[in-house]
Write a protein that binds this ligand. Structure first.
Ligand code: ADP
Ligand code: MG
Length: 387
């Protein structure tokens, strides 16, 4: 695919002149789903589908923004910005302006154009790539430089402005991933360690063709999973999942949950602790180059997301089955769930066979499939800080 031209969009919308450019990738989470907001480690990769931004400094405190997909927006920020209507992309721009001002004094606004080859609402984190991109553009236009730790202090909270009570995985991944590697992210304390992907293992990202846009009901369902997990934790007398897992085996914690928690707290708590142990085992499997074990771990994660956390749907379940039947080592839904994508692990030598099998078993029965949009080879690439 040709690189989308954000500078041309900037010139077309806001007039000719010099501009700076940056890009932020999307991400695919390999394992560790719905546990970053409980401060447990996760293992995503950044992918070579990006939000591209061209921007230039303004002399006033206005932000004008143009997008290839959505309409132009313009506003002047104040110290307390109010969210626009739910689902409006302007909220991500406001979220960035607000987040930056938690830590830095801004003097200048920006004109910015956003062009993307990262499908929105697919569970590939276009929202965090956009928020991160606007944040970096605002900082750079104001002559400010922020490091990974500083950005991680403001970005997750930025997304709260839009209404999603997520964790820090997406922002960490789109910033700090390295080429050829997954990123093991710890949140308490924050660290990001590359885990190389062996050359004989490859990942596909397959869109179920059902949307995962986090608006209205889906956002409420997402936030409810977080609340149920935290509530289960408190009822068992722990302050954090890290503390619970440091003091007890996963088996013990499961027994405690079974005898003392009701659903949905019991199910959500069980997902969190078993998923945390799968992250640890997945890192070991990657380090040992053990694709077979990694595939089993991905499959087990999908079952937990389907049955315990209950964030899958029939399409995602079918897609995961289609991947298995096509010779994949394992597959699971990835991202927030309720639609969106599955990540599929296969031997690099089997990539084309698995791709063809998934097309035949899944996509040939559905309309709207565009191969270069909906079935991607997920090449692990660098985040915005390492380009
Ligand atoms: P995901 O992060 O999985 O892609 P979300 O629902 O969290 O899904 O975020 C999608 C939202 O991000 C879109 O509805 C839109 O507001 C914003 N967005 C994504 N891509 C673009 C783009 N190219 N231009 C403007 N806004 C975008
Ligand atoms: Mg998102």
């Amino acid at each position: 695919m040709p690189t989308p031209d954000s500078a041309a969009l900037l010139a077309a919308r806001f007039g000719p002149g010099s501009s700076a450019c940056l890009s932020v990738p999307g991400r695919v989470n390999l394992i560790g789903e719905h546990i970053d907001y409980h401060l447990l480690p996760v293992l995503p990769i950044a992918i070579d589908r990006r939000i591209h931004l061209a921007f230039r400094r303004r002399e006033d405190r206005h932000i004008r923004a143009a997008s290839d997909v959505f309409g132009d927006r313009e506003f002047e920020w104040t110290t307390r910005l109010q969210p626009s209507a739910a689902g409006d992309w302007e909220n991500y721009i406001k979220a960035a302006a607000q987040a930056v001002q938690h830590k830095w004094e801004l003097s200048y606004g920006i004109d910015v154009a956003v062009v993307s080859d990262l499908p929105p609402a697919a569970g590939l984190s276009s929202s965090s790539a956009l928020l991160t991109g606007i944040t970096l553009a605002l900082l750079r236009a104001n002559g400010l430089d922020a490091n990974f730790e500083e950005l991680m202090e403001i970005l997750p909270e930025g997304e709260y402005f839009v209404g999603t009570r997520g964790g820090g995985m997406d922002h960490a991944a789109v910033l700090a991933c390295r080429e050829g590697a997954a990123l093991l992210i710890h949140f308490a304390p924050l660290s990001a360690t590359p885990v190389p992907i062996p050359a004989d293992l490859s990942f596909l990202v397959a869109h179920s063709l059902t949307t995962a846009e986090k608006s209205g009901e889906v956002r409420a369902e997402y936030n409810a999973r977080r609340t149920a997990g935290s509530s289960g934790l408190r009822q068992l007398g722990f302050d954090s999942f890290g503390e619970a897992l440091a003091q007890h085996s996963v088996g013990n914690l499961k027994s405690m949950a079974a005898s003392r928690l009701r659903d949905p707290e019991q199910r959500c708590f069980r997902h969190v602790i078993t998923e945390a142990s799968r992250v640890t085992r997945a890192v070991e499997a990657l380090k040992e180059g053990d694709g077979q074990s990694l595939g089993c771990i991905l499959n087990a994660s999908h079952v937990s997301l389907r049955d315990d956390l209950r964030i899958s749907n029939n399409d995602l379940d079918e897609l995961v089955l289609a991947a298995g039947a096509s010779g994949a080592l394992g597959a699971r839904l990835t991202g927030a769930g309720f639609g969106g994508c599955a990540v599929i692990l296969c031997r690099t030598a089997d990539l084309e066979k698995v791709r063809a099998g998934v097309i035949e078993r899944y996509y040939s029965k559905r309309s709207g499939f565009v191969p270069e949009v909906h079935l991607l080879t997920a090449t692990p690439c660098a985040g915005a800080l390492y380009l």
